[in-house]
Design a binder for this molecule. Sequence first.
Ligand SMILES: Nc1ncnc2c1ncn2[C@@H]1O[C@H](COP(=O)(O)OP(=O)(O)OP(=O)(O)O)[C@@H](O)[C@H]1O
Ligand SMILES: [Mg+2]
Length: 610
Amino acid sequence: MDANLKKLLPFALKYKNHIYMNVFFNIFYALFSTLLMVSMIPTLNVLFGLTKKVYKEPTYEGIGHIKAYAEEFLNYKITILTEENGLKWALLFVISIIITTAFLKNITNYFASYHVTRLRTGVLRDIRQKLYHKIINLPVSYYSERRKGDVMARMLGDINEVQNSFFQILELVVREPLTILFSIITMFIISPKLTLFVFAFIPISGFIISRVGKNLKAKSVKAQNENGIFISILDETLGGLKVVKGYNAEESFIKKFNDSINRLLNLSNSIGNKNNLASPLSEFLGIVTIAVLLWFGAQLVVEEHALSSATFITYIALAYTILTPAKAISKASYQVKTGLAAAERVFTLMEQENTITDTRESVDKPSFDDKITLENINFRYENENVLKDFSLTIPKGKTVALVGQSGSGKSTIANLLTRFYDVNEGVVRIDNVDVRDIKLQSLRNLMGLVTQDSILFNDTIKGNIALGKPNATDDEIIDALKIANAYEFVKDLPEGIHTNIGDSGNKLSGGQKQRLSIARAVLKNPPIMILDEATSALDTESERLVQVALENMMQNRTSIVIAHRLSTIQKADVIVVMQKGKIVEQGNHDELLSKNGTYSKLVSMQSFES
Ligand SMILES: Nc1ncnc2c1ncn2[C@@H]1O[C@H](COP(=O)(O)OP(=O)(O)OP(=O)(O)O)[C@@H](O)[C@H]1O
Ligand SMILES: [Mg+2]
């Protein structure tokens, strides 16, 4: 069995009752389909006036003679009806048999589909659920190496593909083979000789069909990857619309997009072609089989009188009904191939190993008591070390500021403290406990984070702020907004804290967004605050107010402040000056100024600017 199919199995087994019911109804469906064909025999016989006359009601002699009994009984009924009420009534009788069988066939069809739908939609929901769980738990680093669109394509396109093909598999496994089986059994009962012919043709057709379907899987993997690329372009276009328009980059984006969808077009055409070939091919091969049957069977009828013409016509009809399921199987087998390619992509993501997780030894760390230490840290995102043998101690209750040129590794330190990334060498400790040994949830409970770019969601102001404290009251929210100096604009909004702020908060100004991010951290009220350039988008006036607010908030707290504007960190207990992943100077504002080194150079440069 295919490995991906095996992985799908547990998802399906959760709905095994629906599977059982589907199989149950499909068995009857297949049975009634065959019976519907067989019920043509008496009708044709009545029409041609070929019904064998039976005047004595037959007696039932057990299951072994059921065929003979059924035939005799029908003939008896028809004979009596024809003699007593006329041909019209006999015909009505046989037609009513057809209608009843057709009704039963279709009602079982409905119930079989009913259960398969439950199975499909359920499996779809469960896979999505599990995949989302994975996506949200994978570390930040996973996504910086990948296209977001690719992850989205797996979530949207691939899962759908899986559910469609999965549905096909179920039909493939149960209904169609049973229909074929029942038809073949009946055909065998009618004429073993002719049926052997059919058997000779099945492997030949199967071989031809599988040749055509080759490479389908590889092609569809390529198509799904391309899907990821095109979703990425769409996503980036929407996210960066202002830049795209402002730089007149529409043309180049359109070109990128067109290139991608044209590649997709070619792949889809090639996949579609193969898929489209599946059913005509099997139909044609089927007709060829039937043609041979006609030629050979006609001799049996005409020369050897082995079959009645009504039986022969029914036999041909039965052989023809095998075509529909055979077509379905060959088509499904193609779709299953593309489906499995999609499943592979879904499972690759689902099974992606998470490098930043809790282990069994992870401990709870409910409080922060003493100090944070970074000890001899070497860290790299890719090849080059971004932090080099970096050591720093942050005592509880102190404010430590990180300054330094762009790219010197300031945000990286925030990434390591919050354990978005793990160090390559060295260790980050909180109260002498390695952060890798602390439960992630517990670790992040200790920290409030205001990121360099304000990250807001399409939700109300309240919803955005209450992220770390979902059951906060309106009053608590308002207090947090006041501390962050954000309430002055929030209170003027039409619906106050219940105002929706648009996609990533784009109904707000940059400074407003930043103040909301600060309010979010304020509300969470953690012992350790990490502020990455938190005041950069504020005007001088609100910067001053936020500054005061932050200072209040930082008083009984440990803070790591990353700032470009040196005015905001003059009161910090320790200022750490970084250069290319190393500390070049360390001390408070006055100490560093008197050193007349890098820091004082930075300060004089900034006062020169302003
Ligand atoms: N996800 C990443 N993958 C690869 N390299 C990265 C990644 N993030 C940052 N870097 C690299 O690491 C180095 C340090 O980046 P970092 O973001 O820590 O700088 P920074 O001091 O915060 O700069 P800035 O003041 O501009 O915010 C940079 O050279 C950057 O190119
Ligand atoms: Mg940074």
